[in-house]
Design a binder for this molecule. Structure first.
Ligand code: F6R
Length: 603
């Protein structure tokens, strides 16, 4: 959360910073700010608003500056206000911060710096302490200051007596760096670098980066030089273009078929799952008898659904935990467990902590990640990349589909390597290959869901009911609806209704039922009758081939046919589109819903 940026060079600094901040804005959009160094003077512009508002403030400034830093904030400590916006200034120091300095209150007391603080947050404390320690040597000041900080940080700093020098250091919170013809750029993630570079490196933790017009260097805290390890970017700015779609979310749903095709091509060869190139050989699948999955939000929902698939096809016991709870639950992991963490961004701090916790206990770990080179990808023993391409909209769509595809293929690989002859598996993979076309067909029929959204947009609350895999599909559908349309929506296992939630059903309460599993037709039909008897208005999303057997007088929407266990692939885009159009109809911010951010780096 929070996006930070720094540039030194001969380009148009204002333009470069504003363009990069826009590409980082999905990390947080409570406030934004920049500081330019023009000779000996430092100009700071900030506002408790989005980058588009900042852009107006900055107009006509910073073009001739040779260096500058910027920030887009997701508020944690301290309200959304001007004084809590970054950059913070203290004496000679101008600073932006991503992360949380957990002991900031103790530091304020110990160093008696209350009177120097204008803000109510944690970040300004770092700026003041840095200024207190700064006696002309940035390395000494930074080293002494970070020794005092507990928590996580990516700090980017300028000193007024050292024009056009930028320093940075990080712990946990990411910083990536690139060098191009006209200068050097650092940012919280690769999206911000994508306009200008093909090569980058990840700043190692607790390493001081210095960027000036003539220098780019790294030193550890003992002063030893460190060599950056450059990597190639595998996407460019063109991948971040909306390509004619009004919102990233729509673009990403439209791309879901292509993303899934690419993912399947990466991990299924000759019709069977194939992970050897990623180091998952026969030994890997044989030595693990248990799977423990940790993830958050949408990634957690993919994990939940996959438990059924792992247990059914591979007969391997699977536990799924919310990353944020994993460290408290401390489940007794068997010796032969593999820890699987799932994260689109690869930076979610709760998932990173769960990974670290499992690795500390000596567990082999496998990360399913979308963003290449992210912290989780770097720290896990094995990585499978989702190949979904950049996902910018805060609401995750195509990444969910690709996460699931990998989890299914992993389950099939466990099955193939440990017990089955592979024939059933090959058939299922063949069926999975049909999913991308079906997803694209759903997208083509999007107006159907737009029409439904027009009718549901004024609802305060929507119920979703389903059994077995449908329940997990609906958990994800409900999350999508909540987070971008702000309609309260809960998914219930249909059989649980009568144990409490049915008390909430009254005349005209909207209930969305999902019925994608043939064997559940009778039971789910009864549950639909139960809510109808209490006056609910039911919208039933049913697998096309069983539609004729469902005879109730409710509004019905057909879900495209795949084998029951694969129905999530044709059902989920329907619910993603419904949530999308609800947000459109309500006129709320589709890609940047309130209070959220794409990359969640606070616990
Ligand atoms: C919902 C959504 C979030 C993320 C969650 C985990 O649409 O995007 O719930 O799924 O914050 O993020 P990652 O997968 O990056 O760890």
């Amino acid at each position: 959360m929070c996006g930070i940026i720094g540039y030194v060079g001969t380009g148009n600094t204002a333009d470069i910073l504003m363009r990069s901040l826009k590409l980082l804005e999905y990390r947080g959009y409570d406030s934004s700010g920049v500081a330019f160094c023009s000779g000996k003077s430092m100009e700071v512009f900030k506002c408790p608003d989005r980058v588009s508002v900042l852009e107006d403030l900055v107009k006509g400034h910073g073009e001739n500056a040779k260096s500058g830093i910027g920030h887009t904030r997701w508020a944690t400590h301290g309200s959304v206000s001007f004084k809590n916006s970054h950059p913070h200034q203290a004496g000679k120091v101008t600073l932006v911060h991503n992360g949380i300095i957990e002991n900031y209150k103790e530091l304020i007391q110990t160093y008696h710096i209350e009177n120097r603080l204008l803000s109510t947050g944690d970040s300004e404390v770092a700026a003041v302490l840095l200024d207190e320690h700064y006696k002309g040597d940035p390395y000494a000041a930074i080293s002494e200051t970070v020794e005092l900080l507990q928590g996580t940080y990516a700090l980017v700093m300028m000193f007024s007596d050292r024009p056009d020098e930028i320093y940075a250091i990080r712990k946990v919170s990411p910083i990536v760096v690139s060098e191009q013809e006209n200068g050097k750029l650092l940012a919280s993630d690769l999206n911000a670098l994508s306009t200008v570079c093909r090569e980058y490196f990840v700043l190692p933790e607790k390493t001081i980066l210095k960027m000036s017009l003539s220098e780019l260097s790294l030193k550890d805290l003992s002063g030893k030089d460190i060599k950056p390890e450059y990597e190639q970017m595998d996407f460019g700015f063109e991948d971040l273009d909306k390509k004619g779609h009004p919102f990233y979310m729509e673009k990403e749903i439209a791309e879901e078929g292509t993303a899934l095709r690419r993912c399947l091509a990466s991990y299924a060869a000759d019709g069977l799952p194939s992970f050897e190139d990623e180091g998952l050989d026969h030994g890997f699948f044989c030595r693990h008898k248990h799977i423990v999955i940790c993830a958050c939000g949408t990634s957690y929902h993919a994990g939940l659904l996959s438990k059924r698939i792992f247990e059914k096809y591979a007969g391997i016991s699977t536990e799924v935990y919310l990353s944020s709870e994993f460290i408290y639950e401390r489940p007794l992991m068997e010796e032969d467990s593999v820890l699987v963490v799932i994260s689109q961004s690869g930076e979610t701090i709760d998932t990173l902590e769960a990974l670290r916790c499992g690795r500390k206990e000596g567990k082999e770990s496998l990360a399913i990640v979308n963003v290449k080179g992210s912290s989780i990808a770097r720290e896990a023993d094995h990585v499978l990349y989702m190949e979904a391409g950049p996902e910018i909209a805060v609401a995750s769509t195509k990444a969910y589909t690709c996460q699931l595809a990998i989890l299914y293929l992993l389950a099939f690989a466990f099955a193939k390597e440990t017990k089955q002859d592979g024939e059933d598996i090959a058939k299922l993979i063949e069926e999975m290959r049909k999913a991308p076309d079906l997803i694209e067909a759903v997208y083509e029929e999007r107006e159907t869901y737009h029409d439904l959204a027009k009718r549901l947009k004024d609802q305060k609350s929507v119920f979703m009911i389903g059994r077995s895999l449908d329940y997990y599909i609906l958990m994800e559908a409900a999350l999508k609806m909540k987070e971008i349309s702000y309609i309260h929506c809960e998914a219930y296992a249909s059989g649980e209704l009568k144990h409490g939630p049915i008390a909430l059903i009254e005349k005209d309460t909207p209930v969305i039922a999902c019925l994608s599993q043939k064997d559940l037709l009778a039971k789910e039909s009864s549950n639909i009758k139960e809510v109808r008897a209490r006056g609910a208005k039911v919208f039933c999303f049913i697998k096309e081939s069983i539609r004729k057997d469902f005879v109730q007088k409710v509004e019905v929407f057909a879900l495209k046919d795949l084998p029951d266990d694969l129905m999530v692939f044709s059902a989920i885009p329907v619910f993603q589109l419904l949530a999308y159009y609800l947000a459109i109809e309500k006129g709320v911010s589709v890609d940047k819903p309130r209070n959220l951010a794409k990359v969640v780096t606070v616990e």
